[in-house]
Ligand binder design. Structure first.
Ligand SMILES: CC(C)(COP(=O)(O)OP(=O)(O)OC[C@H]1O[C@@H](n2cnc3c(N)ncnc32)[C@H](O)[C@@H]1OP(=O)(O)O)[C@@H](O)C(=O)NCCC(=O)NCCS
Length: 209
């Protein structure tokens, strides 16, 4: 395994967008996305509440303005290379079907963490798998990743399945990793160190805006 360390300012890292997969276009949030993001969250809130620590509270409190603020902040984070949140749009319908991204990155060691949620009326169609696979290819081939991590709540069978399908190696488990809905939850942690063993995927990326 070749491990490379990088000393350049992350702002200078080329992270071309969008990323295009067979069924999806992935791009960072931008000005004007607040409405479609709040719509996707509304449709998915019950499921998101079950698994995502940030999705707590009453759905009525979710405002388009707050989501617009989030989108603009995430656009700025992308430009600064502090976080790469990515929205996934179905190419056929232009619907926002998932939010994903490369997070908690260390640009010197080139370690990234993948996260995702899929709009509830679009689950079960392989989108999380297609997105995660595309992000693995992007991280290793474009961003020179040394390690890409991912994790799931031990009770989240669908997320575990996505991770297993893509051949991540389990690195460990934290049995009492946090409290959600008033009780401790365990988390399993995984990583990939290269693209070995993955099936082919038609994925490409274009020029940075
Ligand atoms: C987890 C999530 C991202 C999966 O998205 P998705 O697009 O439906 O995932 P995919 O279709 O690519 O793959 C899902 C796999 O899990 C399987 N699955 C679904 N529910 C399952 C369950 N309860 N237990 C075990 N496997 C399950 C599916 O059958 C499929 O496997 P298969 O291809 O072998 O049939 C989506 O359900 C979601 O957004 N959940 C809420 C947020 C969340 O949990 N995010 C992850 C945090 S770690």
């Amino acid at each position: 395994m070749t491990t490379r360390l990088f000393n350049i300012d992350p702002v200078l890292v080329d992270a071309p967008m969008p990323i295009i997969t067979p069924r999806l276009i992935l791009r960072p949030p931008q000005r004007g996305d607040g409405y479609i993001l709040s719509d996707a969250k509304r449709v998915s809130w019950a499921e998101l509440q079950q698994w995502m620590p940030w999705a707590q509270g009453d759905i009525a409190a979710l405002s388009v303005e707050q989501e617009e603020i989030l989108c603009r902040r995430k656009q700025a984070d992308y430009l600064l290379r502090e976080d790469i949140m990515l929205f996934a749009f179905e190419r056929e319908t232009n619907t926002l079907v998932a939010s994903s991204g490369l997070h908690r990155m260390d640009w010197k060691t080139r370690i990234f963490e993948i996260g995702y949620w899929v709009r509830s009326d679009a689950t079960g169609q392989g989108y999380a798998t297609e997105i995660t696979h595309a992000l693995l290819r992007y991280a290793f081939n474009q961003l020179a990743a040394n390690r890409v991590t991912i994790c799931h709540d031990n009770e989240n069978g669908a997320s575990r399945r996505v991770i297993e399908k893509l051949g991540f190696v389990k690195e460990g488990e934290a049995p009492l990793d946090g409290v959600l809905h008033g009780r401790f939850r365990g988390t399993s942690y995984y990583a990939r160190y290269d693209l070995s063993g993955l099936p082919p995927l038609d994925v490409r990326w274009e020029c940075e805006p």
